[in-house]
Design a protein around this ligand. Sequence first.
Ligand code: ADP
Length: 303
Amino acid sequence: MSFVSVQGLGKSYRGVRAVNDFTFDVRQGEVYALVGPDGAGKSTVIRTLCGLIDSDTGEASINGFDCRKQFNHIKPILGYMPQVFSLYPDLTVTENLAFYGGIYGVVGPEYLERVEYLYRFSNLKPFADRRAQALSGGMKQKLALSCALMHQPKILILDEPTTGVDPLSRRQFWEILLQLKEEGVTIIVSTPYMDEVARADRACFVFRGEKLAEGKPAELPGLFEGTLYYFDGPPTMETIDRLNRLGDIRARRFGGGVHVYLKRGITLDEVTPALSEMGFDIKDFNPIKPDLEDCFIQLMEES
Ligand code: ADP
């Protein structure tokens, strides 16, 4: 039984399509990641779920309640962390928490207990009197998360909470999310970072408003079709252009090297004469296993 259900969601902004026929379900207690580049449509899906915008087509519900028509039933169980900085920069950490406590009606001893809990996992207590604007990027995000958790929501929806945050803080942030999952919180989180997908229970690849694929992080690379090689030569644009001139090959810069995809059914032996003719040494092509990013790029290029 799904806790969150999104069926055939469609949304355009002044004629520009942001999301098209988007469908997914999330079970209670799951961590579900929406992954995709800037402009893919992630925020549009999230804002619809959080009752902030109306979709043109389709339906979205949380805990059986329609996100548009019955949002008052969803509000008490929903914690939302928007992409834009949602805190009051002039207020201190404590004052921001108190403000959100007031909004959610968490007051008195219940508030004090809650703040202690939030300080425990966020490690923000030593910074309680610091203004929000003077916190580091990672700390700001932890404070925003704490505010979103003030009323003990059953579901947490986070829009790119780690974008622009340093790698260590990103890891710490995810540790907190996984701790919340242990406590039974359902989490939907969007991210442009492929390395974060592995921490989710399931992930959905989003591109140009469409769902490209969905599955467990360990299973998604299995969707890759064809064979993949690491080219152990200089990763220059000129090399990549030359490789791409061969129709059966797609070459892409990948970190410090080049990943070379052979289309399905094509073997390295078949393209060896052409590569040799172009001056490549076949020993520089080493077979590797595709990872999440290889899979995403292939799906993106085919879409
Ligand atoms: P993401 O969260 O993946 O970056 P968005 O949902 O924000 O993607 O955006 C999807 C598309 O919709 C983009 O092309 C974006 O420019 C467009 N878009 C989003 N919000 C608006 C808006 N308020 N007005 C016009 N276009 C928008």
